[in-house]
Design a protein around this ligand. Sequence first.
Ligand code: ADP
Ligand code: MG
Ligand code: MG
Length: 251
Amino acid sequence: KLLMEVKDLTAVIAESGKKILNGVNLSIYEGEIHAIMGKNGSGKSTFAKVLVGHRDYEVTGGSVVFKGENLLEMEPEDRSLAGLFLSFQSPVEIPGVSNNDFLHMAYNARQRKLGQTELQPLEFYGHIRPILEMVNIKPDFLNRNVNEGFSGGEKKRNEILQLAVLGADLAILDEIDSGLDVDALRDVAKAVNALMTPTKSVLMITHYRRLLEFIKPTYIHIMDNGKITKTGDISIASILEKEGYKAMSTP
Ligand code: ADP
Ligand code: MG
Ligand code: MG
């Protein structure tokens, strides 16, 4: 079943009017893992941020249908409620708020909006415990302040924890592999793989091939100059390895 269809999407930086996305086309079906690769500055993060409705960007053309709805007309918050999740390249620190409280608040806010049951602190702990195990995070991690003094690896684990707690039909993971050592990467990948079900999908953005050894994509897309210039299976990655992004660029 078609989950998201992006057609000829163009977008500019709101402040300067500079064009960044030059007609992106992408269809994602339920249960698929898509990887977008491409050199630095090719527009990968911009694409992710435009999908979640980041205010720095203005859509100038094209369409995005998510679960049958016009995504571009939805407020960022509603996009998240509809089942879209974006990990952040640089997560923020929130002083004085424990990770547990933050997750609990976010979880209940979501439940409230969806008209579903909110959880009391103990019930929430019961909900989150198996998730902690799945993403290999120690329970005392919950008592620390959000992202305060987290190492790069801990921040990434925390993002996956947020994804696991809140749930999403399409998880967009932007450079979830950056700055991770192999053990942390393996854990993060294990958690992402564990979250996959036949109806859930992942769009992962990465500059490096290493991630693809741990999370196997259904399709790999190469982004160049604000559009997807090539789509293929895992074999594209080995061409990249040998010849670099140059081999993928359109002249
Ligand atoms: P990638 O994620 O592929 O490295 P980005 O989407 O981050 O690429 O950036 C694409 C281009 O758009 C770059 O030239 C970048 O400098 C520019 N850009 C992206 N966001 C902004 C912004 N908010 N303000 C100014 N320039 C931006
Ligand atoms: Mg970049
Ligand atoms: Mg980026």
